[in-house]
Design a protein around this ligand. Structure first.
Ligand SMILES: Cc1cc2nc3c(=O)[nH]c(=O)nc-3n(C[C@H](O)[C@H](O)[C@H](O)COP(=O)(O)O)c2cc1C
Length: 288
């Protein structure tokens, strides 16, 4: 009996081993392929495809010096009774829930001090290793605004007609957007937010800016909230492949890459927005 079972067992084991290899084969190939062939992502700006985070460009001497000298001071912050906390958080939500991306912006002037304050607010954002890797370029000059519009419309027309493909154009249909961006002329301010992909130390050496894109994105979120709080509107835009031309126009250094452009002002009286709905709490929050 055992003489008969042994060859049968061996045959079964061989078949199983064969199956395992067969099933591993194609997935291995896919893994290899994914290494050599990166996914085609036309919506990722060429200028933003940097791998700064992966390279050690730290000036170690300066880091140690600044770490050693940093004094620690007592911390205190306002504390509210629970009922007040609930009220404040509810009111803050209601304020932010009124925020909409507005693409029809009036040319009515806005006090510069408000812009200074919202950018100061953005500058309070946390940043990887407190590198504060951001520059907020405020454009109020009509001629420069128009040059920015020309650059963006040029590239956006290519995005819509050639670069991005039918799926992207179709996904945007509901927003009724196209490559014509009148708000770039009419908005009293354009705020261009650049991420500094590395810093430059006092001795002129490169300094790593950890998580620079995450840090600047948080700052942008705070900026959007501050604009809403001030009663102004904007539309978050990420002008695709305009970075190098805009950087040159605005005379920004090579370590700065355009992350976002916000036209800022009051909404036009006839402004409309798409009737979008936001996901309810149950869909976006998981409590464990
Ligand atoms: C990263 C990012 C990029 C965006 N880019 C554009 C853009 O280039 N043009 C535009 O009109 N809207 C842009 N938007 C705005 C979105 O279309 C908008 O936030 C979304 O439709 C939700 O509408 P709401 O902002 O009114 O809630 C962008 C938003 C984000 C967060």
């Amino acid at each position: 009996m055992s003489f008969f079972l042994t060859p049968v067992l061996i045959a079964i084991i061989l078949i199983l081993i064969g199956r395992i290899f067969k099933s591993e084969g194609p997935s291995k190939k896919t893994e290899d392929e994914s290494k050599t062939k990166p996914e085609h992502q036309p919506w990722v700006d060429e200028d933003l495809k940097d791998n700064t985070e992966l390279h050690q460009i730290e000036d170690e001497d300066e880091l140690h010096e600044s770490e050693e000298n940093l004094e620690h001071v007592p911390f205190s912050s306002p504390r509210f009774p629970e009922s007040e906390m609930i009220k404040r958080s509810q009111e803050f939500y209601e304020l932010l829930n009124q925020r909409r991306s507005v693409r029809f912006i009036s040319d009515e002037p806005v006090p510069r001090q408000v812009i200074d304050n919202v950018i100061k607010s953005a500058g309070t954002a946390p940043s990887g290793a407190h590198t504060e890797p951001w520059s907020f370029v405020v454009v109020q000059d009509a001629e420069i605004k128009h040059k920015i519009r020309m650059i963006i419309e040029d590239e956006e027309e290519i995005n819509y007609k050639k670069r991005m493909g039918a799926k992207w154009v179709n996904d945007l249909k509901k927003l009724k957007t196209n490559w014509i961006k009148e708000y770039l002329d009419t908005a009293p301010y354009l705020i261009l937010i650049f991420k500094k992909i590395y810093g430059v130390t006092s001795s002129g050496r490169k300094k790593t800016h950890y998580y620079n894109e995450i840090s600047v994105s948080i700052a942008c979120g705070i900026l959007l909230a501050a604009l809403q709080n001030a009663g102004l509107v904007t539309v978050t835009t990420t002008p695709l492949n305009c970075g190098p031309r805009l950087r040159t126009l605005l005379d920004r250094p090579a370590n700065e890459k355009l992350l976002m452009l916000l036209p800022v002002g009051y909404p036009r009286k006839d402004a409309t927005v798409p009737d979008l709905k936001r996901k309810p709490l149950e869909e976006i929050m998981v409590v464990v």
